[in-house]
Design a protein around this ligand. Structure first.
Ligand SMILES: NC(=O)c1ccc[n+]([C@@H]2O[C@H](COP(=O)([O-])OP(=O)(O)OC[C@H]3O[C@@H](n4cnc5c(N)ncnc54)[C@H](OP(=O)(O)O)[C@@H]3O)[C@@H](O)[C@H]2O)c1
Length: 341
């Protein structure tokens, strides 16, 4: 089968080659999907450079986290999955940009019939990450104020919509006038181009000096530190992504601004595992599958009520993968970029 392999580290057009590799076989707890669509995820840009330490397999390996397609084979006792169209994460969060993908069933969800393959690919990952961040970890409620950094992106555009859907006041930051317009169309009450103005000042201005209750932070680094100035008493700052530089994931954060700010700093990792297999101790508290199922049910309900919609920003053939990842890196994309297979 054809698969996009990272053969050396560097920018996507240098790192990636489309090669023939054997088709993977599903093991216990796994399904095998015949790919219809894959999505570009910012972590894959970091993966090409070899700077994403969470997922850093030896070279060569097949890039790709997210896949949509029909299940054509499954491990023992999982026959009921065969024939279903799912959105899934490839096992180990690598291997999705390929004709056939193996994923853990704990990270697979049947795609709503109302969505085509591209929409289904834009629905799964961004909305699950955003839901975990702002509701399950950030406990956002109606009437509160949500700040979404990088609100025009894949996960960001989902977070903005979920905030609006729950009746929160939503402020989005983003990196161009076009994106400001896009965030407003998604329903954000205020959108700030943080490459042109001091977003913390503007957030304080629009909240009458009070600050925000919940932050969905997808950028990290300097943007995180600056945000500490505009969080309300009792606020929840959810560190969800590091598109401003993945090395910030390993930076020591100075506790003083957190202590003096009287807010909570939390982390978010979207990875589901069967409830029975969960154990603390490794430093990775994977989210129970039952939480993922509850989130999926809530998302489908919001989708069917017309309160949220997947944002397919760009569609391209999978042969365009390197160029599409470079567009993400250049900060020009909005919503999810989806590749057809
Ligand atoms: N916690 C989890 O489980 C989880 C799961 C999946 C993804 N994520 C994270 O969520 C974040 C968003 O992912 P995504 O796939 O939806 O990507 P994305 O937001 O669609 O694309 C990346 C965006 O990041 C922004 N950005 C800010 N600073 C940047 C910089 N220095 N260089 C390049 N881009 C910069 C740009 O938007 P602006 O110019 O508008 O700022 C860019 O368009 C990523 O950090 C990803 O790692 C987390």
């Amino acid at each position: 089968m054809k698969a996009w392999r990272v053969v050396r580290h560097g920018k996507p057009s240098e790192a990636l080659e489309l090669l023939d590799v054997p088709e993977p076989e599903p093991g216990p707890g796994q399904i095998r999907v015949r790919t219809s669509a894959t999505a570009c995820n910012y972590n894959e840009v970091d993966g090409c450079y070899g700077r994403y330490k969470t997922i850093d397999p030896p070279l060569p390996y097949t890039l790709g986290m997210e896949v949509v397609g029909v299940v054509e084979a499954a491990g023992p006792d999982l026959d009921e999955w065969v024939g279903r169209r799912v959105a899934a994460t490839a096992t180990g969060a690598t291997g999705a940009h390929a004709e056939v993908v193996v994923g853990d069933v704990a990270m697979a969800f049947e795609s709503p019939a109302s969505l085509d393959d591209s929409q289904a690919a834009a629905f799964f990952f961004p909305f699950h990450v955003a839901h975990l961040s702002i509701f399950d970890r950030g406990h956002l409620s109606e009437g509160e104020t949500l700040l979404v950094h990088s609100g025009a992106g894949g996960v960001g555009s989902a977070a903005v919509q979920l905030g609006v859907a729950c009746g929160a006041r939503v402020i989005a930051t983003c990196g161009s006038p076009e994106k400001v317009e896009f965030c407003r169309k998604l329903g954000a009450d205020a959108a700030i181009d943080y490459r042109r103005e001091d977003f913390a000042e503007r957030v304080l201005e629009v909240t009458d000096g009070r600050g925000v209750d919940v932050v969905c932070d997808l950028v990290g680094g300097e943007v995180t530190r600056k945000t500490f100035r505009c969080i309300a008493f009792g606020g929840r700052h959810m560190m969800t992504g590091f598109s401003g530089g993945i090395e910030a994931e390993d930076e020591a954060l100075i506790p003083r601004p957190v202590i003096f700010g009287n807010f909570s700093l939390g982390g978010v990792l979207m990875a589901y595992a069967p409830d029975a297999s969960l154990r603390a101790g490794s430093g990775i508290n994977v989210t129970p599958r039952s939480v993922g199922e509850r989130i999926q049910a809530h998302l489908v309900e919001l989708l069917e009520a017309g309160k949220i919609r997947p944002v397919v920003g760009r569609e391209a053939a999978h042969t365009e993968l390197p160029g599409e990842l470079e567009r993400m890196e250049q900060r020009t994309t909005m919503g999810r970029t989806i590749l057809s297979w």
